[in-house]
Design a protein around this ligand. Structure first.
Ligand SMILES: Cc1cc2nc3c(=O)[nH]c(=O)nc-3n(C[C@H](O)[C@H](O)[C@H](O)COP(=O)(O)OP(=O)(O)OC[C@H]3O[C@@H](n4cnc5c(N)ncnc54)[C@H](O)[C@@H]3O)c2cc1C
Length: 449
């Protein structure tokens, strides 16, 4: 049977664009549909604008610290409006790059929503019907707000990037990495920030020493963190929103940002009619090669809810192309993924937490917290954490956790060594670089426990 295209990709995010480009470069005839903006969550309302906001927010502390180093800084202030204009300019530039990647590689792209009609056919919102031999679903995910009285007044990470004015005070609901990052960003920009998390400690799933240190430092920097707490109801008043919490307190804020998880974009794209299997959260169920239960339909990225990170969606796209078009069946490797959280202080982590490792084997812990040189003249008490989790038997480093300035940059490189199977002795043999904070990673001689 003749199809219009070899491959039809739904979604121009991190995964979709990479898969479309590589397939086209391999000689396939490729089409793609995007219902919103090219670049997807990462570029338009995720990693990139968030990191720009992190950079913006860090200046308040830098200005403060400069004084300890002898600088006199005059009057300074932050213009939200000016920042938004600069941020939008950069996002537009990146969006153009993504769309040009498709054009330059002869990927026919439609600015349209696509839904599956049958195993080889998609229908665009324009009514156009297109056939393809293979279909790749890369529709990503979206934020989720629980249904509570007044939840319609809350915003999510989608809206925070485009607020026309800076809020004076904000409530952030959630304890995951996105909630914590925005708490730090807004606090750094001078917004009075309260954060509610319903559990005992933020950053669930991270090593407990990381959780505790970051939680403490965030509070030291001025975030009003309320644990074991949640929103009961929200009501609108003339000068903002009244939030009633589970502890029976009330606060008034300008904005309520919910970062309580994300759900896969798998609804109303035609999966039901085709019996494509989804899981409890709506994630598309795929095998190790990202294939759904239908032979010619694949899914990658956040819509599969495996590991929700941009580089993971990209690696899944590359593996899809290798498998389907290059006769080289390739499983994306989800082991030992180094990740960062751009809180202030920053987190870099790879491998097992102490709690996870303890369940697997006998371990040694090498852990140190210290005041890094950078903060001393600045007169701050911020502490940094370096932690290695080592298998007692094999001596292999099972996990590495860093909290502090440049943790994200450090963990990328520690991740290479750990992915290669480095042992504690390999780290010990590595000459330290002095004076750095990272040298602690190769100079921890005695196990803490
Ligand atoms: C606030 C925030 C911060 C983040 N920070 C980081 C970070 O620091 N590092 C990191 O690695 N990851 C981060 N992420 C996660 C990262 O953005 C995602 O993992 C990544 O974008 C997933 O890529 P994807 O291709 O699966 O989906 P997406 O990038 O979400 O792309 C999916 C695309 O499909 C489109 N679409 C959906 N349905 C249809 C349809 N029916 N028809 C046509 N188009 C459709 C959407 O409009 C979207 O453009 C962050 C996410 C958020 C929300």
């Amino acid at each position: 049977m003749n199809y219009d295209f070899d491959l039809f990709v739904i979604g121009a995010g991190s995964g979709g664009v990479r898969a479309a480009r590589l397939s086209a470069q391999n000689g396939q005839k490729v089409a793609l549909a995007e219902e919103f903006r090219y670049g997807g969550t990462c570029v338009i309302r995720g990693c990139v604008p968030k990191k720009l906001m992190v950079y913006a927010s860090e200046f308040s502390e830098l200005f403060h610290d400069a004084n300890g180093y002898g600088w006199s800084i005059g009057e300074y202030s932050f213009s939200w409006e000016k920042f938004i204009v600069a941020k939008d300019k950069e996002i537009n530039r990146l969006e153009n790059i993504y769309s040009n990647i498709l054009t330059n590689n002869n990927v026919k792209h439609y600015n349209s929503r696509a839904t599956l009609k049958n195993y080889n056919t998609v229908e665009l919102s324009t009514g156009e019907v297109i056939t393809a031999k293979t279909i790749l679903i890369a529709t990503g995910g979206r934020p989720f707000i629980p249904n509570i009285p007044g939840s319609e007044y809350a915003i999510t990470s989608n809206e925070i990037f485009d607020l026309p004015t800076k809020p004076n005070n904000v409530l952030i609901v959630g304890g995951g990495y996105i909630a914590c990052e925005f708490a730090c960003i807004l606090n750094g920009l001078g917004v009075a920030t309260t954060q509610f998390y319903r559990g005992d400690q933020i950053l669930r799933g991270f090593d407990s020493e990381v959780q505790e240190l970051v939680s403490k430092e965030m509070q030291n920097k001025g975030i009003n963190l309320s644990l074991n707490n949640d929103v009961e109801s929200i009501s609108k008043v003339a000068d903002g929103y009244i939030v009633k919490d589970k502890l029976n307190n009330e606060i008034i804020v300008d904005q309520i940002l919910y970062a309580t998880g994300r759900v896969p974009n798998s609804e109303n794209i035609g999966l039901e009619g085709l019996d494509i299997k989804t899981g409890l959260k709506g994630e598309i169920i795929v095998d190790k090669y990202s294939k759904t239960n239908v032979e010619n339909i694949y899914a990658i990225g956040d819509v599969t809810n495996r590991v929700q990170l941009t580089p993971v969606a990209i690696v899944e796209a590359v593996a899809f192309v290798e498998t389907v078009y290059k006769s080289n069946p390739t499983m994306p490797d989800h082991e030992l993924i180094a990740t960062a959280v751009f809180t202030q202080p920053e987190i870099g982590t790879v491998g097992l937490t102490e709690e996870e490792a303890l369940k697997k084997c006998d371990i040694e812990i090498y852990s140190t917290t210290f005041r890094p040189m950078k903060v001393i003249l600045a007169g701050r008490n911020e502490r940094m954490l370096m932690k290695l989790i080592v298998s007692k038997e094999s001596r292999i480093i099972l996990g590495c956790h860093i909290v502090g300035h440049a943790a994200a940059e450090m963990i990328q490189l520690a991740g290479v060594a750990i992915k290669m199977g480095a042992t504690k002795e390999d780290f010990d043999k590595t000459m330290a670089i002095h004076p750095t904070a990272a040298e602690e990673l190769v100079t921890m001689n005695n196990p803490t426990r």
